[in-house]
Design a protein around this ligand. Structure first.
Ligand code: SAH
Length: 361
């Protein structure tokens, strides 16, 4: 890595003449600081201020001399996401609408659960590549992929406004967008989340959720970032899946997707999750449940049933609660670990599939 490449990177990604430190990997940060004539260990100091103490700017980095802080602020910046709105649901869920530097908007959701868990649901794209027609984000189309600093900054921005005793404990890439359609930035962001130098989350506490981009699933999980994988299966026949998730299922039909899931080497005791949105009268019959049992046979997994979250203009309805329970019961009888997702933040349109920045306006 040479300084020239950093300069090239800067021109590509930033309108400001200063280097945005959050676009750099840890190694690149060290190279940049060495280029300022700093000793090697200082990179650790700066990275710790960014990733462990959530410093908003260089002025907060009080173990650097004033002169060094000044030098740093002449050469570099720490980018921020602009908070457009910050809503709180009656159940403790919080939704942030952020504006990116080109004016595009994304949403990030903080979900509090029992057992002191605070899960941050992060976006990977502004809008989405895919066209799943039960999902509100899909209606926006793809605006653009997020850069690594924009993905990481969702975490840093939310953590910075939480009290110190309320650390974010889990991250799910289940916000706006298809994470695996933005594989490079998502992989780099996951690396920073699980690195001890970075956010230092256990890899099992970081989950990438995908509608099923098969080659990218293989690339992600054969690399060094062994995060949790969640697959949005959502149907048990190609006929239904083509209807509700046309783009992805035409590329990678159910059989191809599940064959890939069988091949993936999982870390010991790790399971993958299949998400299954329950759409009334579409995919929620007991025949579906029986097919689901057969489809996932032999894959170490659990099933997460998600009652459909409605929104104005939705094409579908939620399955009635008794039907969801019957569906779950059949899965249980076949020894499949199955949970029903408690949807949080529905009153502020912060639940699964309800994220769409345009809806705010
Ligand atoms: N593109 C990724 C991540 C974003 S969607 C993926 O498909 O996994 C996150 C989850 O929300 C997916 O399981 C999706 O099927 C589900 N979802 C989308 N819209 C929904 C809605 N209106 N109600 C309930 N779940 C929904």
């Amino acid at each position: 890595m040479t300084l020239t490449r950093i300069t090239a990177g800067k021109n590509e990604i930033s309108l400001s003449p200063k280097l945005n430190l959050l676009t750099l990997s840890f190694e690149e940060t060290a190279v940049f600081l060495e280029g300022l004539g700093w000793k090697k260990y200082r990179a650790g100091q700066v990275l710790s201020w960014i990733y462990k103490q959530f410093a908003a700017d260089f002025d907060a980095m009080t173990d650097l001399s004033k002169a060094d802080r000044h030098l740093l602020s002449e050469k570099a910046v720490l980018s921020h996401l602009k908070v457009v709105t910050h809503q709180k649901s009656s159940d403790g869920t919080e939704k942030f609408l952020f504006e990116l530097d080109d004016g595009k908007q994304i949403e990030t959701v903080l979900i509090r659960s029992e057992k002191k868990r605070r899960t941050l649901c992060i976006s990977s794209q502004a809008g989405c590549t895919l066209d799943c027609n039960f999902c509100l984000t899909a209606q926006e189309g793809l605006k653009r992929n997020l850069r690594v600093d924009e993905i990481i900054n969702q975490f840093l921005s939310v953590q910075a406004v939480l009290p110190e005793e309320e650390p974010i404990t889990n991250v799910v890439l289940m916000g706006m967008g298809e994470p695996l359609a933005n594989l490079k930035a998502v992989t780099a962001a996951c690396e920073r989340m699980i690195s001890p130098v970075g956010l230092n989350l256990a890899s099992r506490r970081v989950t990438v959720s995908t509608a099923g981009l098969v080659p990218q699933i293989k690339t992600l999980l054969s690399g060094p970032v062994a995060v949790n994988l969640s697959i949005s299966l959502n149907a048990t026949t190609d006929e239904v899946r083509n209807r509700i998730m046309p783009k992805v299922n035409r590329l990678y039909p159910i059989k191809t997707l599940l064959a890939a899931c069988r091949e993936i080497p999982l870390p010991p005791r790790r399971t993958m999750t299949f998400e299954y949105v329950m759409l009334g009268g579409i995919n929620d019959t007991l025949e579906d449940a029986a097919r689901l049992v057969r489809l996932v046979k032999g894959i170490p997994c659990k099933i997460n049933l998600i009652p459909f979250n409605a929104y104005p203009g939705a094409l579908y309805e939620a399955s009635p609660a008794p039907q969801i329970l019957k569906f779950q019961d059949l899965l249980h009888r076949h020894h499949l670990r199955t949970t029903i997702r408690k949807s949080k933040g529905r009153d502020i349109l912060a639940a699964c599939g309800q994220l769409n920045s345009a809806f705010e306006k």
